[in-house]
Design a protein around this ligand. Structure first.
Ligand code: AHR
Length: 756
């Protein structure tokens, strides 16, 4: 790292984006129920059902012995339609997500709604084999809320067992078991996960998604008003990730989480259209319901910010929070397709929010990828409307992040600001974590454009994941932070007030080339497809081939810099279409052309690097492969240029990105008192020494160093495990700078202070 011009000639460095680092929370991977929600009973409301997941029902999660009946008559609340009737002698057993774990001395509150039929009934409760015991009496009559506290006699694990004695008939619902906090009240949040989030020092928290915000189908859309108030009255719905949303962490708890972490909320409301991946496409809220929906969005802002003299501010106060929650941003939509229906609904919501709440920054949406048709359309629409900020998403391979560190230099600072609402370098390895760190330095040094960023997804319960990688894995016992978590924590913990330019001397970009040899393979994952008329590099291949069951059929060798393939494909049976893979298997660096992927709705070219595949071009909407109807294909690779014709139509024509990767990256911020925060990533296999020279020759300095290093190779680090490397703190001294030793595959943040 080089020096800087004398202070008098330097322009004043721009202010850093104050809210830059935040969190994305979506109920995905059991992040909430079974995760951050401190509730230990799974399906305590008996509301799991077949729509959540095949085979699920009101008794999922429970084992019953004796005569037990699931009933709907006279429920606790219309939104909690099912309850259980136990005719004694009967035993109900619930293991939670894994056997419930208790620690000696821990106190827990068991609560439920109950009513006895006939005589009063005494229910005995026990956790595990005598780990904790208590009993409670249920009186006849109406539903009563019953609570009893238990104290664990020893460390251990086990199920909750509720026993109704012979001769009793008891109705039960909303069974809950929560550890008690220091105030003697049941906890809302699992404490070790909460602590892990607090350590990230988030400036904001996005909620409820992600896809969950707009839902698969209009009936699945997230409506905030249905998630507040007494837990047993909240609307529970199917989770589009294949499970159940109890909404026990609803909007109030979300705002409480923001308070507990010091974050400002960023709610994402549906743009009045459900997810485009809904069978039949993204449907708009029907016109007669739109006025109510618009009002709901405005009421959300009032619920968060309104004085207690407003209707929703008063509601917030009645729920225990007279002080406002300080909402400053509101996202509208998530990765939506920019259709006419979207435009219509989105425009009305944005206009209404901006008119009623000019103090709230509205955030628009630009598709699931940081390029491609949705991205272009989303940006064009935001420009047309003058939307003040847009949400970009980027799940890409590590190489992409290293190539795109300067991405936002090309963005117009006078245009919409950017929230990178979801990003991840696609694996739990150190390689990915360092690629994210390098990219984050790039985000930090462009505050004129990039204002907010949140890694996604945040939480994943081991054995209950629908999406990998995730920032924090956990099981019933432990929090298992990934290497990416440590990177996020290092950024969140040390911020600066002004962004300084860094001159990096002696560092070259890593060249990116095209492989010089590879193979071509045909595959179909969900269908049987026959391929005929095969011509590879001008040579007709003698045999037709058939692919099915995801097994690749090798056609032969190619030069990936100069290759041409033609064929016809006919689907014989099954769903979706087929894939053509071009390039070397090892080290994995190949292209895949997907015809009729993603619900048979598009064509896409993906590339795989470092063992991770991601979209390179597309997806481009397409009517899809049909059984018995031939598709004529032509694929041409010519240097970096990729062209794909389908039935004579040129659908993909682009150049592969061969810009060098920036693997050694540095950034610097300053703050009050002449302090600097210096960050350096060394994502190479070589140890390096960075000679850090501070501007203005401040004299003797001390640096508090946090170093994430020690990976034996960059690909250590796996999903569902804690990172093999953790940051280590040390101190350095120097005069107007210091030497920073950077081991291979490392990331350092140094806080530098003048001494004396
Ligand atoms: O983070 C997981 C999912 O990825 C989000 O729900 C969605 O917005 C994105 O496609």
């Amino acid at each position: 790292m080089g020096g800087a011009p004398p202070a008098a000639r330097r322009p004043r460095p721009p202010p850093a984006a104050p809210d830059l680092w935040g969190l994305f929370i979506e109920d995905l991977n059991d992040a909430l129920d079974g995760g951050l929600n401190a509730e230990l009973i799974r399906n305590g409301d008996f509301e799991f059902n077949e729509a959540d997941r095949d085979g699920w029902n009101a008794l999922t999660g429970w084992e019953v012995v004796g005569e037990v009946e699931v009933r709907r008559a006279d429920p606790v609340h219309g939104n909690n339609a099912h309850h259980l009737r136990a005719v004694g002698p009967a035993v109900l057993v619930n293991e939670g997500w894994d056997p419930i774990r208790v620690a000696a001395g821990e106190r827990l509150r068991l609560a439920c709604f109950a009513r006895a039929q006939g005589e009063a009934a005494r229910i005995e409760a026990e956790i595990g084999d005598g780990l904790a015991r208590a009993g409670f009496t249920v009186a006849p009559g109406d539903w009563q809320r019953v609570e009893v506290d238990l104290a664990a006699a020893a460390d251990g694990r086990g199920a909750l067992r509720l026993a109704a004695p012979e001769g009793t008939v008891v109705d039960l619902d909303c069974v809950s078991l929560r550890p008690l906090g220091a105030d003697g009240q049941p906890l809302t949040f699992r404490q070790d996960l909460l602590a892990a989030l607090q350590e990230l020092r988030p400036s904001f928290i996005r909620f409820p998604g992600g896809c969950l915000a707009h839902g698969l189908g209009l009936e699945n859309m997230y409506h905030w008003k249905r998630t507040i108030g007494p837990r047993h009255e909240r609307e529970q719905i199917r989770n589009l990730w294949g499970y159940h949303q109890s909404r026990q962490i609803g909007y109030l708890e979300y705002f409480e989480l923001c308070l507990a972490t010091g974050a400002t909320p960023i709610p994402i409301v549906a743009a009045g259209v459900c997810c485009q991946n809904t069978p039949g496409g993204g449907k708009p809220i029907p016109e007669p319901d739109m006025a109510e929906y618009l009002q709901d969005v405005l009421d959300l802002v009032e619920f968060a910010n309104g004085g207690t003299d407003t209707a929703w501010g008063a509601k917030r106060a009645a729920l225990g929070h007279p002080e406002p929650f300080g909402l400053r941003y509101l996202g509208i939509g998530n990765e939506d397709e920019i259709t006419d229906a979207f435009r219509d609904r989105y425009a009305r919501i944005e206009d209404a929010v901006r008119a009623a709440h000019p103090e709230v920054m509205v955030i628009g949406t630009t598709g699931p990828q940081p390029f491609g048709p949705d991205y272009e359309a989303g940006w064009a629409y935001a420009r047309e409307r003058g939307t003040p900020m847009v949400d970009e998403h980027g799940y890409q391979v590590p190489r992409w992040f290293h190539q795109n560190i300067d991405r936002y230099e090309a963005y117009d600072p006078a245009g919409a600001k950017v929230y990178i609402g979801e990003y991840a370098a696609r694996s739990s390895t150190v390689r990915s974590a360092l690629a994210e760190a390098a990219y984050m330095i790039g985000l930090e040094r462009r505050p004129e454009v990039v204002r907010l960023a949140s890694y996604a997804p945040l939480l994943a319960r081991v054995g209950h994941t629908q999406w990998v990688p995730d920032l924090i894995y956990f099981n019933g016992d432990e929090v298992l932070p990934s290497a990416s978590y440590h990177v996020q924590r290092m950024f969140g913990a040390e911020r600066g007030e002004r962004v300084h330019a860094v001159e990096l001397e002696g560092v070259q970009g890593e060249p990116v080339g095209l492989p010089d040899a590879g193979t071509v393979m045909l595959r179909s994952d969900h269908a049987t497809v026959a391929f005929t008329g095969l011509v590879l590099d001008g040579n007709p291949l003698p045999d037709a081939v058939t692919a099915s069951g995801g097994e690749g059929v090798l056609l032969g060798g190619i030069d990936p810099r100069d290759a041409e393939l033609e064929f016809s494909a006919v689907r014989r049976d099954g769903e979706e279409g087929f894939t053509v893979r071009l390039g070397p298997e090892a080290p994995q660096s190949f292209l895949e052309v997907h015809i009729g992927g993603w619900q048979n709705k598009s064509t896409t070219v993906t590339r795989s690097d470092d063992g991770i595949g991601e979209c390179d071009h597309g997806p481009i909407p397409w009517p899809g492969v049909r059984t018995g109807e031939p598709v004529r294909m032509r694929i041409r690779l010519e240097g970096p240029r990729v062209r794909v014709w389908v039935d004579g139509e040129l659908r993909h024509d682009y150049e592969q990105d061969l810009r060098p990767e920036q693997r050694v990256v540095a950034g610097a911020l300053s703050r009050e008192g002449g302090e600097y925060v210096v960050r350096v990533v060394n994502a190479t296999a070589a140890a390096r020494t960075a000679e850090v020279v501070l501007p203005g020759a401040p004299g003797p300095v001390r640096a508090d160093l946090r170093l994430l290093a020690g990976a034996s190779d960059p690909d250590v680090g796996r999903p569902f495990e804690a990172s093999p490397v953790t940051p280590v703190d040390s101190h350095l001294k120097g005069d107007s700078g210091f030497d920073l030793e950077l081991p291979p595959w490392s990331f350092a943040t140094a806080v530098v202070r003048p001494v004396g």
